[in-house]
Design a protein around this ligand. Structure first.
Ligand code: PLP
Length: 445
């Protein structure tokens, strides 16, 4: 730790526990006009309540109570370069001088597309969308258009956005999950149209024989999966699983779709498909693609993407919005050579090891698993999970208490267990975080 970081740490040690009263009042006031005072359901469950921010910079958020928080939420994942990085800011400001929305093409988006295709193994062509959920919809439409089949297979515990046809068995419980080998289909929301998911089947991920048997019927349009599970918990593909899935899909004429909305441009410049050496037919991207701007994409085989010219429809007023494209180009240029992502790894590893050792010292059983750039802490598991059902053993209530204790110590983590790192999380930030983790672990032990 350098002198500055040591002084900072000493200052922080003298700080009283943080209070979030002003945020609470602001959320209560906003609730008059916005349901729950928020703009996404996934912000409702934050502890102790949703927070209201004033600004962000590097690894920090600054809230309306005057707290400076070390941030591992990172906007739910996108801020791989940290908050408000100069390269993105400058690119955006330059584009603002040239206009906001053309209702036409810009040279900028073709430039982004070329760089994207150079980085991502499966990407021969791509189509931009404004959110990951939309990119998934575009991928499902392409799979059905190209194969002339209807059935889509997804996996229990995998999240692919909030739309009616795919928000299925995302958070199955022992009560509603059914047989682990043949999971029930459970809609994730009130108001979901069951006819929308009539042709979607839910299987168990990391079970190759189960998938092979189903694909052999020959009627499946597409298989969609998080190629490394990062939402419900961190679960990596078993040895040979993705290769086996790839072969089975090729044999069955089924389109293999990796949902890389979390892993894309985070675990490697070419995403999880680069890390695991398995190339899908299509992949969806979002989050880190534009470091905070609403940009996503479906990318993959040219013949599949060209279905958008020969009959499949995909629209969107804001697709490839020029200011967002300026941010995307600047982000990809920062990430393209892999150095930024590689430089996050040692900090992530140290954080993972430090968390594991502080929890152990406090007598808390926990597994810390995933990638150094996005990992999960699962209380109650002594081994990393290999199947979604393993995650049902997690001690969620204690983890939520841990989140609350960390937040009081000005470290903000996701309640569901994920920790996102950015290029701005340097050694001093990790030191501070681990000091807070040690204290919080003792409190919840
Ligand atoms: C794997 C995955 N797919 C799709 C989505 C949906 O993306 P968005 O929230 O941009 O609609 C998410 C969002 O968290 C995700 O994690």
């Amino acid at each position: 730790m350098d002198d500055g970081a040591a002084a900072e740490r000493a200052n922080r040690e003298q700080l009283p526990l943080a209070s979030f009263e002003e945020s609470r009042r602001a959320i209560e006031a906003a609730s008059r006009f916005m349901p729950g005072g928020v703009s996404s359901n996934f912000r409702l469950g934050m502890v102790p309540h949703p927070l209201v921010m004033e600004r962000s910079d590097g690894p920090y958020l600054f809230d309306v109570d005057g707290n400076r928080l070390i941030d591992y939420y990172l906007g739910m994942g996108p801020m791989i370069l940290g908050h408000n990085p100069p390269a993105i800011r400058q690119a955006v400001i330059a584009q603002l001088e040239r206009g906001l929305l053309y209702g036409a093409q810009s040279r900028l988006e073709a430039e982004v597309a070329e760089l994207f295709c150079a980085m991502v193994p499966c990407a021969e062509k791509l189509r931009f969308t404004s959110s990951g959920s939309e990119a998934v919809q575009a991928a499902l439409r392409l799979a059905r258009a190209a194969t002339g089949r209807r059935v889509i297979i997804k996996f229990e515990g995998h999240y692919h956005g909030w739309f009616d046809n795919i928000l299925l068995s995302v958070a199955a419980t022992p009560a509603n999950g059914g047989d682990a080998a043949h999971p029930n289909r459970n809609p994730g929301s009130a108001g979901q149209d069951e006819t929308a998911w009539g042709s979607v089947e839910v299987l168990t991920w990391n079970d190759l024989p189960g998938l092979q048997a189903r694909l052999a019927v020959g009627d499946v349009a597409g298989v969609i999966m998080e190629s490394a599970m990062c939402n419900a918990g961190a679960i990596l593909p078993g040895a040979g699983y993705l290769q086996g899935v790839r072969e089975a899909c090729t044999k069955a004429g089924t389109v293999l779709i990796f949902d890389e909305v979390v892993t894309g441009f985070r675990v490697a410049p070419g995403g999880a498909q680069q890390v695991f050496g398995v190339t899908p037919d299509l992949a969806t991207f979002g989050k880190c693609l534009a470091n905070g701007f609403p940009v996503a994409a479906v990318a993959g085989r040219a013949d599949l993407l060209d279905c958008f010219v020969s009959g499949a429809v995909h629209g969107g007023t804001y697709n490839a919005q020029p200011v967002a494209m300026a941010a995307t180009l600047a982000t990809l240029r920062e990430l393209a050579d892999g150095k930024v992502i590689a430089a996050i790894a040692p900090h992530g590893k140290r954080l993972m090891e430090g968390i594991a050792s502080h929890l152990k010292e406090a007598g808390i059983t926990a597994s810390v698993a995933g990638f150094p750039q996005i990992f999960h802490v699962a209380f109650g598991l002594s081994q990393p999970a290999t199947h979604y059902r393993d995650l049902l053993e997690m001690d969620r209530a204690r983890y939520i208490r841990f989140c609350g204790e960390l937040l009081k110590r000005r470290v903000r983590i996701l309640e569901r267990g994920a920790w996102f790192l950015s290029a701005a999380h340097d050694a001093g930030v990790i030191d501070e975080t681990l000091a807070a983790v040690a204290d919080a672990a003792q409190v919840v032990a």
